[in-house]
Design a protein around this ligand. Structure first.
Ligand SMILES: Nc1ncnc2c1ncn2[C@@H]1O[C@H](COP(=O)(O)OP(=O)(O)OP(=O)(O)O)[C@@H](O)[C@H]1O
Ligand SMILES: [Mg+2]
Length: 343
């Protein structure tokens, strides 16, 4: 089977071609970061309009790089949600139309299933079952992944996602959008110890997270800061924010491994690009005889290759959507149809 996949749930337009035998043949991506930077965040209407312009050229380019004619495709996968509804609709309408024109099935993919399965694109993929820590701009979840398509949510955030906490505290420090990677860069320039921020819910049992209090703590520090804020001050705060988030994620991940009795941990989603998180998890999990698996850095954030993996799994299992265009701003992972464990 060979499929084309599209991603357009937020501010990345992407297209990829994946073959069940030959692997990933092409993946193309355009990031809208420059378009949204002056607004300090994603402007949904601008995102949708830009997807309309960029998606089709990306599809052409991916097919060309993969050396694939539409006739060789078995289906078209696209991100159907969760995400910005206008942005989702652009990809969904294009994917559904191409599939109709080419006479092949279309499948609306759950964006988080894409993030969860991104590490399968690596040469050394994770074994099943495993625990997944999904840390992105909109989600923070611990999931027991029994097999492709069989997910049990062990815990999630009650308020802000980890990526959101990185982004919002970065904004308070006046760092440019997108704040997460910028805050991580500043954090690495500090020695630490100047500030300590709370690690919410660490002292309680369970696998839930809460990150919304972090921005209030940072706000108090920023109000007491020298004017204008010095780079040294920003680095010290960034370091303390990163420590609070990383320590919380590491502790809860270990707890999830202990609770399930599993050894393999997958970390995916945009925040899994964070080097301190990767290093800390790798060290602590290997100390207890386990192993951590990540997507390569470019597949941590949004991309179409991961949507192709999830789409291929579901198409191979005989799932597809018929003629309706599927786009859902909210789409709980729990409501995804289960796949048999043999896929
Ligand atoms: N090196 C890094 N350190 C910390 N955070 C990072 C890093 N790189 C990216 N991020 C964060 O990752 C997030 C983006 O990830 P991703 O693209 O997976 O999220 P999203 O698609 O917006 O959300 P979702 O997948 O939940 O819909 C942003 O919040 C960004 O700040
Ligand atoms: Mg994402």
């Amino acid at each position: 089977m060979r499929i084309l996949a599209l991603e357009s749930s937020c501010d990345e337009s992407a297209a990829a071609v994946l073959d069940s035998e030959q692997g990933l043949l092409a993946h193309e991506l355009f990031s809208q970061v420059e378009l949204h930077r002056i607004y300090g965040g994603v402007v949904p209407e601008l995102a949708s309009r830009d997807h309309v312009q960029k998606l089709l050229p990306l599809v052409r380019s991916a097919l060309k790089k993969a050396g694939t004619e539409p006739l060789a495709l078995s289906g078209v996968a696209y991100t159907a949600g969760p995400g910005l509804i206008g942005a989702l609709l652009t990809g969904a309408a294009l994917a559904r139309s191409l599939a109709y024109a080419w006479g092949i099935p279309a499948i609306g993919v759950h964006h988080l299933e894409g993030h969860l399965l991104a590490p399968l694109l690596e040469n050394d993929p994770p074994p099943f079952p495993h625990v997944a820590l999904l840390v992105s701009g909109g989600h923070t979840m611990l999931i027991e992944v029994q097999a492709i398509g069989r997910y049990e949510i062990l815990g999630e955030t009650r308020d802000d996602a980890a990526g959101e906490a990185f982004d919002k505290t970065a904004k308070l420090l006046g760092l440019p959008y997108p704040g997460g990677p910028e805050l991580a860069r500043m954090a690495d320039a500090a020695t630490g110890g100047a500030f300590t921020f709370p690690r919410p819910m660490l002292d309680r049992p369970g696998l839930e997270f809460s990150f919304s209090g972090l921005k209030t703590s940072v706000l108090h520090s920023v109000r007491a800061a020298p004017v204008p804020m010095t780079d040294g001050f920003k680095s010290d705060v960034a370091h303390a924010v990163q420590e609070a988030i990383v320590e919380t994620l590491v502790a809860k991940s270990l707890r999830a491994l202990e609770q399930t009795g599993l050894d393999a941990l997958v970390v995916s989603g945009g925040v899994s690009a964070n080097r301190t998180l990767r290093a800390r998890l790798a060290e602590i999990v290997s100390r207890r005889g386990g192993r951590v698996y990540y997507p390569r850095i470019e597949f941590c954030t949004d991309n179409a290759a991961m949507i192709a993996v999830a789409g291929l799994a579901r198409l191979s299992a005989g799932q597809h959507d018929g003629l309706p265009i599927k786009a859902r701003a909210q789409w709980p992972l729990e409501s995804l149809p289960q796949l048999s464990s043999t896929i």
